[in-house]
Design a protein around this ligand. Structure first.
Ligand code: GDP
Ligand code: MG
Length: 761
């Protein structure tokens, strides 16, 4: 309902996704996708002359409520301003512009998931600006709505900026009506005003502002136009000097108003009931059987009485209107908006999504949609891996040069070894992936900012639905092929908590780019004749593990998905290069931080375990390749660990060196290859082809190499991914699950692979 599926609205069926599900509809000038099963829940009737009447001024009446209590902030001249609005209306752009922050902006709902705080000074005030997640209303339905409501309840910002997309006022103002009920100090930012102007529409926003009793300021947050005026108004409202501020009631019709009034009287009499919210707001929400408000009123002595009034009122309203109270309230509010807009807006009222319609005719076409999508994905991979090869080569050469330089200039000894093998070798092996990561993110940013990402989710929804997931899960899974860490973070766009958890937990099975060097090395050494086939088989095995895990989790752990697939399909927008560079760099920085932290420490540890306790005499390399002849007292710590754990790995055909490599790979998968290099090469400098030659004459057989590949593909995610899982889910048990389940699955799969390979050869 809050998205506009209410009585009296025209719904157009635009097109269905290439797999026939979901379907794109247009409604109130914007586009939304619904699965067929969910669309079936919306009752559509032919045109009816008895549509709700447009509202007029009689709809509003003067305020008779006491003003709502707000926190008196002790520190003068600092005010808190919260940005509230629909997803994708430009809140974060506004936030970034005002506070100079660089938060993620995307043409895609659900980019911002928790409150972001920034500061600015304006008009002698220090203003704390808070960017909140996008919501369509303040019902206690989605996590974002609850989040925003709790924020309003607990933090009581001094002034609310309600950001609305002027190109889609009708739906955006619905949230405004909820905020008006709340009766807080508020200013409306008519954002994306440029889009309205482009359409040739005229909006008398001063009149509209006077009608709803909230001052309105046109803004274009992409360029910063109007933001100064917006904050000027915010300060005027805060100081109580803004003439446009007036409290209005959006009339909900006589029957509902009567019920609201009697509930309100009781609530008003007892001011201990949630003083942060206005009595009218509480009364309306209570009438709607809002679970949060119910929960909070439960302790009050008058609760019984409130319930009685409500039951009676609901019965009456439903009898009279033949409609559920919640639906009736939504209809009345939309009626009010309709009326207000009819009086203040001229010209084509809706975004004529012409270019969007044309592009979508191809992009979501039944014939071209999927090939086009696959083409886009292939291009992204090609750019990431093939084009990324060149800068990768340069960085590799640079790292090698640095290593050589250090070993030439410094005297041999533990310190030089630490620097060359540990720090430069280890971190260098990882830093070479920076170009791939940057390219991947530039592509993803482009897809997000242009609006294609929402279409990708639309196209893939049916397929993803088969494994109990959501179309939106597809993007993080694809991103997982690059790196699981940002992919896990990208799941924030998924509203449904269970879908999100499943997507997070299966993400590590998407073979990340750090595992690629291992595949290249082993496949190149043992299976060069069938390289392409094997690469494909490995990636496919990863996907299979993900699918099986998702299905198991859906069957046994989270049985139902609580939120339907209702996703706004934003109009296509041309991404600004600045925004893309900004996102790409933000990700690059994150990656570099990971280098500087976790991977550096891991490299030093692996180096130390390999170097000590015994490293004062050079061991001839022939001796090293044949472990049987090594005196056990000469073992490094790393070897000891490997040998201790090895009994577990023996059924997989793995020798202790392979075991050590997998353990060393837990901090970061990149370390697997460098560890193999160290273990099989004495202390030679790393050289892949030479290492391959050594591996082929070592204790690896084709069968054990295959089992090693499968194990490395599936086992415990790297520490950075585990950290991301912990941070995103907020629960340690999912981290534990991911580490244990994946390792167990890897062991089983590797065991089967090994036995099968032995049988076949
Ligand atoms: P949020 O979801 O409300 O935080 O919205 P974002 O700030 O992420 O912006 C959503 C999209 O709208 C992005 O593609 C922005 O570049 C674009 N956008 C934001 N403000 C404006 C504006 O004033 N005019 C236009 N034309 N586009 C805008
Ligand atoms: Mg945002």
């Amino acid at each position: 309902m809050e998205m506009g599926f209410v009585r009296g609205k025209l719904v157009k069926n635009l097109l269905s996704a290439p797999l026939r599900d979901p379907v794109k509809y247009s409604l109130m000038g914007y586009e939304v996708s619904l699965r067929r099963a969910e669309a079936a829940l919306v009752e559509v009737v032919p045109d009816d002359p008895q549509l709700p009447q447009a509202a007029d001024d009689a709809h509003t009446e003067a305020n008779d409520d006491a003003p709502v209590a707000t926190n008196i902030h002790s520190r003068e001249r600092e005010i808190t301003v919260a940005l509230i609005g629909n997803p994708n209306c430009g809140k974060t752009s506004l936030f970034n512009f005002a506070s100079g922050a660089q938060e993620h902006v995307g043409n895609y709902s659900g980019v911002t998931v928790d409150a972001k705080v920034g500061y600015m000074t304006h008009g002698g005030y220090r203003i704390k600006v808070v960017d909140l997640p996008g919501t369509y209303s303040l019902a206690a339905y989605s996590p974002e709505e609850l989040y925003v409501r709790r924020y309003l309840r607990d933090e009581t910002p001094d002034v609310i900026i309600n950001v609305v997309a002027t190109s889609n006022l009708e739906r955006n103002l619905y949230l405004t009506t909820d905020l008006i009920d709340m009766d807080r100090s508020m200013v409306i930012a008519l954002n994306m005003y440029d889009e309205l102007r482009e359409l040739g529409c005229k909006l008398d926003y001063e009149l509209l502002g006077a009608m709803v009793g909230v001052p309105m300021v046109p803004t274009v947050s992409k360029t910063g136009q109007g933001i100064k005026e917006l904050f000027d108004t915010v300060i005027r409202v805060y100081e109580g000097r803004e003439p446009a501020v007036r409290h209005v009631h959006i009339s909900l019709g006589d029957d509902i108003e009567a019920a609201v009034r009697s509930l309100k009287e009781i609530i008003k009499a007892n001011r201990s009931m949630l003083p942060q919210f206005s009595p009218r707001y509480l009364a309306i929400k209570f009438l709607e059987c809002d679970s949060e408000v119910e929960e909070q009123l439960k302790g009050q002595p008058e609760y019984e009485q409130l319930c009685e009034i409500r039951t009676e009122a609901r019965r009456q309203v439903e009898e009279l209107r033949n409609e559920d109270v919640t639906a009736a309230i939504a209809s009345e509010k939309y009626g009010y908006i309709d009326g207000a807009l009819a009086e203040t807006m001229t010209g084509e009222r809706q975004t004529s999504t012409r270019p969007t319609a044309i592009i979508d005719a191809f992009v979501t076409n039944r014939l071209f949609g999927i090939p086009l999508f696959l083409g886009v994905m292939l291009t992204v991979f090609w750019l990431t891996f093939a084009v990324g090869q060149y800068p990768m080569g340069w960085i590799e050469a640079g790292v090698e040069y640095l290593g050589n330089l250090a070993s030439e200039l410094l005297p041999p000894g533990p310190f030089t070894s630490l620097l060359v093998d540990g720090v430069i070798g280890g971190v260098g092996a990882v830093i070479v992936f920076l170009p791939n990561i940057l390219i991947l993110y530039a592509c993803i940013s482009f897809m997000e900012d242009s609006g294609y990402m929402a279409r990708a989710a639309f196209i893939m929804d049916k397929t993803m639905h088969r494994i109990g997931l959501h179309g939106k899960s597809f993007i993080p899974l694809i991103m997982g092929f690059g790196c699981n860490v940002p992919a896990v973070m990208a799941t924030r766009a998924i509203e449904s908590r269970t879908s999100r958890l499943i997507t997070i937990l299966i993400n590590p099975f998407m073979s990340c780019s750090a595992r690629l060097p291992i595949f290249v090395l082993m496949i190149g050494t043992f299976f060069s004749a069938h390289a392409a086939l094997l690469f494909f088989a490995l990636y496919a095995l990863g996907v299979l593990a993900a699918v099986i895990t998702a299905r198991l989790l859906r069957r046994y752990v989270w049985k139902t998905d609580e939120t339907p697939f209702v996703m706004e399909l934003p109009p296509y927008r041309v991404p600004t290069p600045k925004a893309i560079v900004r996102h790409t760099w933000a990700k690059g920085k994150e990656y570099l931080k990971k280098m500087g932290g976790i991977i550096l420490v891991a490299c030093v540890i692996v180096w130390a375990l390999d170097y000590f306790p015994h490293h004062d005499e050079e061991v001839p390399s022939e001796v090293v390749t044949n472990s049987a002849t090594i005196d056990p007292t000469h073992d490094s710590f790393l070897e000891m660990i490997g040998k201790a754990v090895n009994p577990v790995m023996e059924p997989l055909g793995l020798h202790w060196r392979a075991t050590v490599a997998t353990i060393a790979g837990i901090p970061a998968k990149e370390i697997v290859v460098s560890t193999l290099g160290v273990l099989y090469a004495g202390n030679d400098t790393l050289d892949d082809t030479a290492l391959g030659g050594r591996l082929s004459t070592s204790d690896f057989t084709p069968a054990s190499a295959l089992s090693f590949l499968v194990f490395v593909l599936l086992y415990c995610p790297c520490i950075a991914t585990l950290t991301a899982i912990g941070k995103e889910t907020g629960r340690r048990r999912y981290v534990l699950f991911s580490a244990l389940y994946n390792t167990l699955l890897a062991w089983l799969a590797a065991f089967l692979t090994y036995r099968l390979a032995l049988l076949l050869t």
